[in-house]
Design a protein around this ligand. Structure first.
Ligand SMILES: NC(=O)c1ccc[n+]([C@@H]2O[C@H](COP(=O)([O-])OP(=O)(O)OC[C@H]3O[C@@H](n4cnc5c(N)ncnc54)[C@H](O)[C@@H]3O)[C@@H](O)[C@H]2O)c1
Length: 327
């Protein structure tokens, strides 16, 4: 199978590349390396079934040809992470919406019909006060222009773009609402909590929890996520649908910090910081983000293999090995 991955040098995209190369597929990655890293592609360098274009999805003139070549497209390229969103909301709006439209338009204009995964996010559920979220739940966004929600709004626009192309042109598109995803290759610079905590714990530095740490999240290992995305893309009943993808184990951020310190056998203290100090402005954090996975399970039979402790142990071991290499 021919697999095109936009944003394939990023965290999830690089695992998709790995997963499909291991299956014997041909993989073509396009990425502008804005948050992704060439180091994530290093394991595939020289692999005869792997190709990489360093390009911006907004301007890439190889897009038409790549789309024509592809049997399946994972559209992962996006500006991700709350810090990035607050720093540059203009880039978020352009990349996340225009990029998706360019990909969909290229597919339709060429008359192609590959399987397509469009990456959306649990952030689209917004301020809905429920403790767990099914695809049919309401989306609740503040009425005032709080830029913190720009990311969610662009992803919601992507969802409607995808449904429009699926409905009007019969494209085989699945929209996936990804909940918090963790694993190797994820970096903490853009506000991702698990890589930050792991790095701090293995260095015996303080872990910083925003707010009181009572907010809960559900973390899915990326090696499970890519299996779910692969199954959904090839599932005709999922085409034209939106599907939650994640793991429904839940943990508070305070407990997560304690768990990481304990599993890393670390001396790190845990500090608390207000959102205002963390982000330089008031910040609407959501209290719960737990996926209801009935739809994903009914469509694909998906069951995660990794639990949180296994993933944390793996990440702690990798981070410790890195320190040993440098020392
Ligand atoms: N990681 C998560 O927990 C999570 C949760 C929900 C949704 N998602 C979605 O999954 C997708 C992948 O996220 P990720 O966590 O791997 O983030 P990531 O930042 O590691 O990956 C995004 C990739 O897109 C690339 N990119 C950005 N703008 C581009 C452009 N204009 N042209 C080409 N490439 C560009 C970046 O360089 C990066 O490699 C994103 O669409 C994100 O919104 C991720």
């Amino acid at each position: 199978m021919h697999i095109l991955i936009t944003g394939g040098a990023g965290f999830i995209g690089s695992h998709l590349a790995d997963h499909h190369l291991a299956k014997g597929d041909q993989v073509y990655v396009v990425d502008n390396l804005s948050t992704g890293s060439i180091a994530n592609l290093e394991p595939f360098r020289g692999h005869p079934a792997f190709r990489f274009a360093e390009a911006d999805i907004l301007h890439w003139n190889g897009l038409t040809q790549a789309v024509a070549w592809a049997d399946r497209i994972y559209h992962m390229a996006a500006v991700v992470g709350v810090k990035k969103v607050l720093e540059d909301p203009v880039a978020v709006m352009a990349t996340n919406m225009t990029g998706t439209e360019r990909v969909l338009r290229a597919i339709h204009a060429g008359g192609w019909n590959p399987q397509v995964i469009i990456a959306s996010t649990s952030e689209v559920y917004g301020f809905n006060a429920k403790s767990s979220f099914a695809e049919t739940d309401h989306i609740v966004l503040p009425s005032a222009g709080r830029l913190r929600w720009a990311y969610a709004v662009t992803k919601l626009a992507d969802e409607f773009l995808a449904f429009s192309y699926a409905r009007k042109y019969g494209l085989h598109i699945v929209v996936v609402r990804l909940f918090n995803t963790i694993g190797p290759n994820q970096v903490g610079h853009y506000g991702m909590v698990v890589p930050s905590f792991v790095k701090q714990a293995v260095r015996n530095e303080p872990l910083t929890v925003y707010g009181e740490g009572t907010q809960t999240r559900s973390f899915c290992d990326v090696r499970d996520t890519v299996v779910a995305l692969d199954s959904l893309a090839g599932c005709p009943e999922a085409w034209g649908e939106v599907v939650n993808v994640g793991n429904d184990q839940e943990i508070s951020i305070r407990d997560l910090a304690e768990r990481v310190v304990q599993r890393a056998d670390s001396n790190s203290p845990i500090h608390f910081m207000s959102y205002k100090d963390a982000y330089g402005e008031e910040f609407d954090d959501v209290t719960h983000r737990r996926p209801v996975l009935n739809k994903l399970k009914a469509l694909t039979g998906f069951e995660p293999v990794w639990d949180l402790d296994n993933t944390l142990d793996d990440l702690i071991e990798r981070a410790s090995a890195k320190i040993r290499r440098v020392a």
